[in-house]
Design a binder for this molecule. Structure first.
Ligand code: IPM
Ligand code: MG
Length: 363
């Protein structure tokens, strides 16, 4: 089915730790099937980050990984407990982190909220990923009052403006609403509201709604359907996106894309290493697979992305659930491998035009 003139993509797979390897391998299986079906070639190289990199190279973020990633078409990443991930994000200036929070129709009863509160939920969190408190001046020291630690939340205005432009563009392509998470009553020197509103002049039709982040967190659990795009700084976006996991039924379902200005990206689930279930073969691969869907969309392989989303929707509609979704009644508990087998079967039966997929991209 494939020929020499087919599009060719090289990705770097980095498993990391915990359930990382299981969910990455599962997603790669699906990607390979979809590549065959849609007629593109996929090369996978394996890189290292975090504890496994430390063991092999003596550093969390080895040069060998950088060399592999350079010139590739994307990085598919599993999970790490600590070390390396922030360096990787910073190294490639992956400032634009897209975290779609969409609910599957068949999972509305899995939400932490009542079904009518989450039906049709479709939020896009746009999180700044390479600045703010994660990257500000930090350290530990001591003075006459004792030992202390500090992390500084610093943003250049231009860093806020550039992520604002991405979020505004997304809002313009969607329902035209942009909620901006800020904390200006306590942090007045980080004027997200003013800067975003200035950028918004270039995006007619987008309604900008600045909301204090504490209130925004509350509203996400009171009335999440009112949100379209949410723009947040690095730490606020991290916290708010986990609320998204509770809304859709499991954090194991959510994937993300982290893009730089060239459209090069890192694709990872938003969950962590889940050490309690690592190695048991029961992890939910749909978060990482969702990230791979975002990668396909970024490449313009929209049909392939649609195929995966349709297959996923069908498998879930038939009641198959990994353990994180706490199957009950007629629902069927499956492990990672079984879920992937079911998805593969559906992929062969799935036509890409059956479902529309909104395009998420940072370019
Ligand atoms: C995430 C994670 C990371 C973050 C951790 C692992 C550093 O929680 O991607 O949401 O805080 O960015
Ligand atoms: Mg997080």
């Amino acid at each position: 089915m494939q020929s020499l003139s087919d599009p060719y993509y090289r990705i770097v797979a980095i498993s990391g730790e915990g359930i990382g390897e299981e969910v990455v391998e599962a997603s790669l299986k699906i990607l390979r099937v979809v590549a065959k079906l849609e007629g593109f070639s996929l090369q996978v190289d394996y890189g290292w980050l975090g504890a496994t990199a430390l063991e092999k190279f003596g550093t969390y973020f080895p040069q060998a990984t950088v060399e592999l990633c350079n010139g590739s078409n994307g990085i598919v990443f599993g999970a790490v407990t600590q070390g390396g991930l922030l360096d990787l994000r910073k190294h490639y200036d992956f400032f634009c982190n897209l975290r779609p929070i969409r609910i599957e129709n068949s999972l509305v009863h899995k939400s932490s909220l009542r079904p009518e509160k989450v039906q049709g939920l479709d939020i896009l969190i746009v999180r700044e990923l390479v600045s703010g408190i994660y990257f500000g001046l930090a350290g530990r020291s001591f003075d006459e009052k004792g030992a202390y630690g500090y992390h500084t939340m610093l943003y250049y205005d231009e860093e806020i403006r550039r992520i604002a432009r991405q979020a505004l563009q997304k809002a313009q392509q969607r329902r035209g609403l942009l909620a901006v998470a800020h904390k200006e009553n306590a942090l007045p020197h980080l004027p997200w509201t003013r800067l975003v509103q200035q950028e918004a002049l270039q995006f007619p039709g987008v309604i900008v709604e600045p909301i204090l982040v504490d209130s925004l967190a509350m509203q996400m659990v009171l009335n999440p359907q009112r949100f379209d795009v949410i723009l947040a700084s690095n730490m606020f976006g991290d916290i708010l996106s986990d609320i998204g996991g509770a809304l859709v039924g499991s954090i194991g379902l959510l994937g993300s894309a982290s893009l730089n200005a060239d459209g090069f990206g890192l694709y990872e689930a938003i969950h962590g290493t889940a050490p309690d279930i690592a190695g048991l073969g029961i992890a939910n691969p749909l978060g990482t697979l969702g990230a791979c869907v975002l990668m396909l969309q970024q490449w313009g392989e929209v049909k392939a992305a649609q195929r995966i989303m349709t297959a996923q929707e069908r498998v879930l509609a038939k009641g198959y659930r990994t353990v994180d979704l706490s199957p009950q009644g007629a629902e069927i508990l499956v492990n990672t491998e079984k879920l992937i087998d079911l998805l593969q079967e559906e992929l062969f039966n799935t036509q890409h035009f059956e479902f529309g997929v909104p395009y998420e991209s940072c370019k």
